[in-house]
Design a protein around this ligand. Structure first.
Ligand code: ME8
Length: 630
């Protein structure tokens, strides 16, 4: 157990927040909650960046003072964080006294360190970035590399920070601490930027009136980026070296989009070196959310309607999609069809069904959490899988691999669904002895669900609580930490469960499709590559028999040309063994084998089911067994 201080960027108030801002904040929230689960003392900072020429200009366009403008927009951010269930500890505004006092202290120290000097500055400036760019970064069109907008030529007398002096110390630090800048691709970019030479940076603007004055020359305002970076310590009461500062600094993680990593990984650490303060432990620059390949931003206007998605699918599904779909270090395209697909496949199907099926059977046969009195086949595999999943999640979260951590959890969910299938638990209510085994299987499935609830809680806190509630667990279980999931058997028996209700009702893709605003048709699509990964074959049934004591099961031998396979299929209510002999059916030949009622099944037949009516898919021509179906 330790402390974990995590920050998001402080976002500009020049427009309403969008899905890109939500992305960083949801990731930070998931990590903050995850560290709380681990037992760490977490401090989570976010806020808004309110000064600078850009804000001044927009306020003037709106006919209000900059302060009035900031006061109007800042609540749009706090309202969004509330809506997205972001568990921050401080929302810092750079117009606050707290920030101004801390900035004055840090800039005074910087001045005293001898690293500040006055000089004339000229260069290309991008207003939306509040940043100067070098000629070579702009290309022939003289456009900002982030916004693709024309830059302005600015000349003025400024104060400078001697950044170039810190080149070697920065390189040494980055090389000695591979975790300092992540992911590795960003680390390499920063290393080569430093290696190609750092120029001193201007830290003041005589011409910008909306800002914080330099403590040693109030005729200049502090350049907004220099002042904004200070927020990471000003929010901790740095001005009085307060308790929060002493407890939480240095930050464990500064999280941000890749376009501003250089400010955090070069300028900010050099400023801290100059005043002899400890450096943040990690700077992580994540990828961009794009739409049709273009970065989502207020300047391009390709904004995703978060409200509509959340209204339709719920907040938890939105948070899940954001963290599951994209690899955090890379760019990723926000696609509604993928959202719907993940909702139906992962949430409604895999997780929702497991919960519903398990609790449905518990409600029908026991009413309370049953006793795990009768161990049997597959139990230890499920327990082992739980333990492995927890360890995997630990390691993936430390690498900020949210998508892979969620995939590991879902792999476990699917394993438990398979356990329910393999043990055919629903058939075990007949004798008292069988029922004891049924109780054990259901107990294990519920214990697995308790584990899943803890593991998903950083990403989907409400879903975790709803699962626990339906399982009959009181609120004290909501506070269960990660240590409790490593101990299998923590679920108490005999407590009454609640009425099972679907947590993610399936969405009809047709009705979802028709709601597309841009008129394009999104479907529940899989890629052609995914489809091709299925090995479908014509299979000829050469033998068939009933499985004793299993009303629904037939055991088949099928030929797929060179080899034969044994298949267990739940079709006995619709077909006799004789019906099937010599039929040419379609086999999923590369499905992992399963054991059903103690009998190995090496594949699956395709069939269509309409309620209790079921028909096996057959091939109308006598094509050779083993022919590929595509
Ligand atoms: O840069 N995909 O504020 P900002 C992913 N005030 N994340 C995105 C994104 C996208 N398409 N668009 C925005 C500033 N973000 C400064 C920061 S910090 C001392 C000062 C997120 O309002 C991402 O975190 O332009 C990005 O770095 C940040 O919003 C930029 O927010």
């Amino acid at each position: 157990m330790g402390k974990f201080y995590i920050t998001t960027p402080i976002y500009y108030v020049n427009a309403e927040p969008h899905v890109g801002h939500a992305y960083t904040s949801i990731a930070a929230d998931a990590l903050a909650r995850y560290h709380s689960l681990k037992g760490d003392d977490v401090f989570f900072l976010t806020g808004v960046d309110e000064h600078g020429a850009n804000i001044e200009k927009i306020a003037a366009e709106n006919g209000v003072s900059p302060q009035q403008y900031c006061d109007q927009i800042a609540p749009a951010f706090t309202n969004l964080w509330k809506k997205l269930n972001i568990s921050y500890n401080i929302f810092l505004r750079t117009t606050s006294d707290l920030h101004k006092r801390g900035v004055a202290k840090l800039l005074t120290s910087l001045h005293e360190s001898g690293d500040i000097y006055k000089d004339k500055y000229e260069g290309y400036y991008c207003r939306p970035c509040e940043s100067f760019y070098m000629d070579k970064e702009l290309g022939e069109a003289k456009a900002c590399p982030v916004h693709r907008l024309p830059v302005e030529w600015v000349e003025e007398e400024n104060y400078f920070f001697a950044l170039s002096k810190y080149e070697n110390r920065l390189l040494d630090h980055i090389n000695a601490n591979p975790e300092f800048i992540q992911p590795d691709s960003r680390r390499n970019e920063i290393l080569s930027a430093i290696e190609s030479g750092l120029k001193d940076v201007s830290i003041s603007r005589a011409s910008v009136s909306w800002g914080i004055p330099l403590p040693f020359d109030p005729t200049h305002n502090i350049y907004v980026w220099i002042e904004a970076l200070c927020n990471y310590i000003t929010a901790l009461d740095y001005h009085e070296t307060g308790e929060k500062y002493r407890k939480y600094w240095p930050a464990d993680l500064h999280l941000m989009g890749k376009e501003i990593t250089r400010f955090h990984a070069i300028i900010w650490p050099a400023m801290l070196m100059s005043v002899d303060l400890p450096l943040p432990k990690q700077v992580f620059g994540h990828g961009w959310l794009t739409k049709d390949g273009k970065r989502i931003s207020k300047t391009t206007g390709n904004i995703i309607d978060m409200d509509a998605l959340i209204d339709e699918f719920g907040l938890e599904a939105f948070r899940y999609y954001m963290m599951r779909e994209f690899s955090f270090g890379n760019d990723g395209d926000f696609r509604r069809d993928r959202f719907v697909l993940r909702y139906n496949a992962d949430l409604a199907n895999d997780l929702g069904n497991l919960l519903n099926r398990t609790l449905g059977l518990v409600a029908k046969h026991f009413g309370v959490v049953p006793d795990p009195s009768t161990p049997g086949e597959f139990d230890s595999e499920v327990k082992q899988a739980a333990c492995e999943t927890v360890n995997e999640v630990y390691s993936l979260m430390s690498r900020r691999a949210f998508d892979a951590a969620l995939e590991a959890i879902w792999e476990f969910v699917r394993r438990v669904n398979r356990y329910v299938q393999q043990t055919q638990v629903w058939t075990l209510a007949k004798s008292e002895e069988d029922k004891r085994r049924m109780g054990t299987i259901l107990y294990n499935s519920m214990e697995a669900l308790r584990t899943v609830a803890v593991l998903i809680s950083p990403f989907m806190p409400d879903t975790a609580n709803r699962i626990r509630q339906q399982m009959g667990l009181d609120e004290s279980f909501n506070a269960q930490g990660l240590d409790t999931v490593a101990q299998w058997g923590g679920l108490p028996s005999d407590i009454p469960i609640r009425k099972p209700e679907p947590i993610f009702p399936r969405k009809d893709t047709k009705s979802v499709q028709s709601k597309n605003a841009d008129g394009t048709e999104d479907a529940n699509l899989v890629s052609f590559k995914d489809f091709q990964s299925l090995d479908l074959r014509v299979a000829e049934v050469i033998a068939a028999e009933r499985v004793p004591n299993a009303d629904r099961l037939l055991k088949l031998r099928v030929s797929i040309g060179d080899t034969e396979r044994q298949i267990v299929a739940g079709i006995a209510e619709n077909y006799t063994p004789e019906d099937l002999i010599r039929k040419r059916v379609i086999l999923v030949a590369n499905l992992e084998p399963a054991t059903i009622r103690g009998i190995k099944s090496q594949g699956m037949l395709l069939a269509a089911a309409d309620g209790n009516d079921l028909a096996v898919a057959t091939i109308e021509k006598a094509l050779p067994a083993g022919t590929r179906v595509s």
